[in-house]
Write a protein that binds this ligand. Structure first.
Ligand SMILES: [Zn+2]
Length: 343
């Protein structure tokens, strides 16, 4: 899914990359369908509106970035995409007060922009006659857009800025684990209201947005994370679902089905090998790992598992040799304690 992160570098501010995500290409089409310009004057208006909108998002992100710089957190990049933007920090700031100021800076800029466009709207009455209509409409529209963005953005729903502000505030007052719980308790009812509203108004973009939010909320709590994993596995990978449930026998049956369907897919053999190993059927596990290694000799997980099986059989010389190879391929692997931890 690498294409999902495809973006173009459009500039650099003090070492910070400014990038446009490929979804921005659709913004031109969407703007066209919103305004449906019939003459050059309408076309110009649509173009200026789009520029103003993108600029508003960019300034919002720049607000986050500047606040991050102030608390000495390196900013890697700002990415502008179709539904907004995000600021990539090199690390999460440790202090919740620092996080609070970084998350609050974006919405602060947005509400400020809303006010600036309102002032510009009133100021544009003094412009030459020909430009009054275009600029009045433009400034008013951008003022409304920014104020609406602000209102949605500060909803106390994780991971919107408002949710992050709430989380940082709660952490400041009650500590990290309580902050996770409180943020979840506040986020979920609001999310449910948004989903209800989305269903009622047939707003599918809002519903898709809610799914993204729901997935993010899930990361706040291990238990929900576990349920999300289970749900996704059940939908897309039945074998993985039973594996997570600890029903290794049924998981192995589903892996066998997967192998019959896609015999060249190394992960099915590895999955089944893990099931066999956890059911203490070492020979069958070994056979599957060896098959996996024929398909993909450099698959580090298969190599690791191969070593684990030897370690369990107390053939430590062979195991160490294999772990060494896994470690060379990827320094995160090749640690025999993984096997010791399992058994
Ligand atoms: Zn923001």
């Amino acid at each position: 899914m690498k294409w999902l992160t495809l973006s173009w570098l459009v500039g650099r501010i003090r070492g910070m990359e400014i990038r446009f995500h490929f979804s921005m290409l659709f913004s031109v089409i969407i703007t066209y369908f919103i305004f449906r310009p019939v003459n050059s004057r309408d076309g110009l208006f649509a173009l200026l509106w789009l520029i103003g909108f993108v600029l508003s998002i960019f300034l919002h992100e720049l607000g986050h970035a500047l606040a991050a710089k102030l608390v000495r957190v390196e900013v890697k990049s700002i990415v502008i995409w179709l539904l907004g933007g995000f600021t990539n920090l090199s690390r999460e700031p440790e202090k919740s007060l620092h996080r609070l100021s970084i998350y609050a800076a974006g919405p602060f800029v947005t509400i400020l922009l809303g006010l600036v466009f309102f002032v510009a709207f009133y100021g544009s009455f003094n412009l030459p006659f020909l430009w009054i209509d275009v600029s009045k409409m433009l400034f008013l529209s951008l003022a409304i857009v920014n104020i609406s963005l602000f209102v949605v953005n500060v909803l106390p729903v994780y991971p919107l800025d408002g949710g992050n502000i709430l989380h940082a505030l709660m952490e400041l007052l009650f500590g990290r684990s309580n902050a996770n719980l409180i943020t979840m308790i506040v986020s979920i009812p609001i999310l449910l209201c948004l989903i209800g509203f989305g269903i009622f108004t047939h707003d599918y973009i809002l519903l898709a947005f809610c799914i993204l939010i729901a997935l993010a909320i899930g990361t706040l709590n291990r238990q929900t994370q576990h349920w999300i994993n289970l749900g996704l596995s059940y939908l897309f990978k039945r074998a993985g679902y039973y594996f997570l449930q600890g029903d290794y026998e049924r998981a192995a049956q589903y892996y066998t089905r997967d192998i019959e369907r896609e015999s060249g897919q190394v992960n099915h053999y590895i999955g089944r090998a893990y099931c066999y190993l956890l059911m203490l059927q070492k020979e069958r596990a070994l056979a599957d790992v060896e098959r996996a290694l024929i398909i993909a000799p450099n698959n580090v997980i298969a190599i690791q598992l191969h070593g684990d099986i030897y370690a369990i059989e107390k053939n430590y010389d062979a195991a160490l040799e294999i772990f060494e190879r896994a470690h060379q391929l990827n320094p995160n692997w090749g640690n025999p304690s993984l096997a010791a931890g399992l058994f």
